[in-house]
Write a protein that binds this ligand. Structure first.
Ligand SMILES: [Ca+2]
Ligand SMILES: [Ca+2]
Ligand SMILES: [Ca+2]
Ligand SMILES: [Ca+2]
Length: 513
């Protein structure tokens, strides 16, 4: 469920990085957006209806002969229909328009492999690899290349660990780096600013490895690192099957000792969430599913002090199982001081998966509870609910190219428009705005609910928005993570795969690793 893309080579451990935001500039080359007819065709293709997509794409390539994406999609449609010669011809047309597009080069490699032409397959796959812009680990999942795997040239197509020693192509200084303990731990699944846990004046990092197995298979482990001292302060394990750390976030100070605490969850066993003392990692409170079989703990977050007792409280999402319609999904808010349930919120419709992701903010005057429901809305393309008091609030709706708004990554990043009221961030990283999975994020005014910003990835498969925005105390800045440009690192550290810093609607800087 948590892999965005292909599988990490087992020889590589996950790792986390803390980056210094040195000067960097953004190139202005933005591919033109796809036309609505092309996007509609790509959606048919994505849904597996290659025959319908094919006729739509034949029209699209007639209407838009200069669209490499149209030709590439036509190529993919022919490929799905096993019309290999026509697929190759379409991909070659795509290359006429966009000469070194890595995805086209890769597809040609697959097509020649499917045809049994090993020499041509290695030629095209080698060219795709040479661009350094394609996730060659996908080869391990593509059946077409099964006959290539015994060839010594195959290993040369795969990335090597040393290629990730200096993974950034733009100006970045690595301040801290932490490595996972074992392959396939998914270390760095989430990494957040946890506040200053050890009191040295520097904010610290909480992160997780939800499939770590020292506490039993897939028990999961969370980690709190001191950034100032560059050391592990404490870690904590789940029980067998919990996948603790699937959700992990800063909780705020829930027990009033002046030290920020941590909330973590694991939905994969019976469903569990815990508040850990930031001071030493001991468990302050433990929460279990209110309704059975709800994937309780798919995500969790601090929400500030919702009940006004001076202690920070937490929210736990419980969306129900994907594809099932027994539950609309729920979100539960618990007292940080006593562990008691303060309130429960439910989705609107069975199967909405309300509670897939959660965030919140409360300062005693204003309260925002942000809950994602990726199957909600008229087209089941997702809706984000912003509840709270006094009397908010509003919903953020998926747009016509939306796919799963509210599946992951919502936040209250601070006041971005300077009206004194915190604003709300929501991601639809699978949005098809400029091709499949371009990704799109929204910022809405916390005061009025109106949309302040819509930021969109550059091109298909960017997955723009695979992180919540954490602007900190920098006014008017939105940071947005992006998955697809950095396939290896991002599998385990989606936060740092590509980091964008936006000032209102202008991209200030980005880093690709
Ligand atoms: Ca610290
Ligand atoms: Ca505390
Ligand atoms: Ca409270
Ligand atoms: Ca505002």
């Amino acid at each position: 469920m948590r892999k965005f893309g292909s599988v990490l080579p087992s020889s590589l451990l996950g790792f986390g990085l803390l980056l210094s935001l040195d000067r960097a500039s953004v190139s202005s080359a933005t591919p033109r957006p796809e036309s609505p007819q092309l996007i509609a065709a790509m959606e048919r293709l994505q849904s597996g209806d290659a025959a319908t997509a094919l006729s739509m794409l034949e029209t699209a390539t007639r209407d838009e002969p200069q669209s490499a994406q149209a030709w590439r999609s036509l190529c993919a449609a022919y490929h799905q229909l096993k019309m290999i010669a026509k697929a190759i011809a379409a991909c070659e047309r795509a290359l006429h328009v966009d000469h070194d597009a890595p995805q086209t080069l890769y597809m040609l490699g697959l097509l020649y492999a499917a045809k049994g032409n090993k020499e041509q397959a290695f030629e095209w796959l080698g060219r795709a690899r040479a661009t350094h812009r394609y996730d060659m680990t996908q080869l391990s999942e593509d059946a077409e290349v099964k006959d290539l795997r015994d060839d010594p040239r195959y290993l040369n197509l795969l990335p090597k660990p040393e290629e990730f020693a200096h993974p950034f192509v733009e100006s970045v200084r690595i301040l801290r780096e932490w490595r996972g303990e074992a392959p396939n731990d998914q270390f760095g699944w989430i990494a957040r600013n946890g506040g200053d846990v050890d009191g040295d004046g520097v904010n610290d990092i909480v992160t997780s490895a939800p499939t770590h197995g020292d506490g039993g298979s897939h028990s999961g482990r969370i980690y709190v690192y001191s950034v100032g001292r560059n050391s592990l302060l404490w870690s904590a394990d789940g029980s067998t099957g919990d996948e603790l750390g699937t959700g992990v976030e800063a909780a705020g100070d829930t027990n009033g000792d002046g030290i920020p605490d941590v909330v973590a969850s694991g939905p994969s066993g019976h469903g569990i969430a815990r508040i850990y003392s930031g001071r030493d990692g001991h468990v302050l409170h433990e929460f279990h599913a209110v309704t059975p079989d709800e994937t309780f703990g798919s995500h969790t977050s601090g929400v500030g002090d919702v009940d006004g007792d001076g202690y920070a409280d937490v929210i736990v999402g419980s969306p129900g199982k994907g594809g099932e319609t027994k539950s609309p999904g729920h979100a539960y808010i618990y007292s940080g001081k006593t562990g008691a349930l303060i309130k429960a919120l439910a989705g609107e419709r069975l199967g909405d998966q309300f509670g897939s992701t959660v965030a919140g903010y409360s300062d005693g005057h204003q309260e925002y509870l942000v809950i994602g429901a990726p199957q909600a809305g008229p087209q089941h393309h997702g809706r984000v609910y912003v509840n709270g008091s006094p009397s908010p609030k509003f919903t953020i709706e998926a747009d016509p190219t939306g796919r799963a708004l509210g599946a992951m990554f919502v936040s209250v990043p601070g006041d971005l428009d300077g009206d004194g009221v915190p604003d709300i961030y929501a991601s639809d990283w699978a949005n098809n705005a400029r091709g499949i999975s371009t990704g799109r994020v929204y910022v809405h005014s916390g005061r009025t609910g109106s949309r302040l910003l819509t930021l969109t990835g550059e091109s298909a498969h960017d997955g723009f928005g695979t992180s919540p925005s954490q602007a900190g105390d920098v006014d008017g800045v939105v940071t947005v993570g992006c998955y697809a440009r950095t396939p290896i690192v991002s599998l385990e550290t989606p936060l740092v795969s590509m980091l964008w810093v936006w000032a209102t609607s202008t991209a200030m800087a980005r880093w690709i690793c």
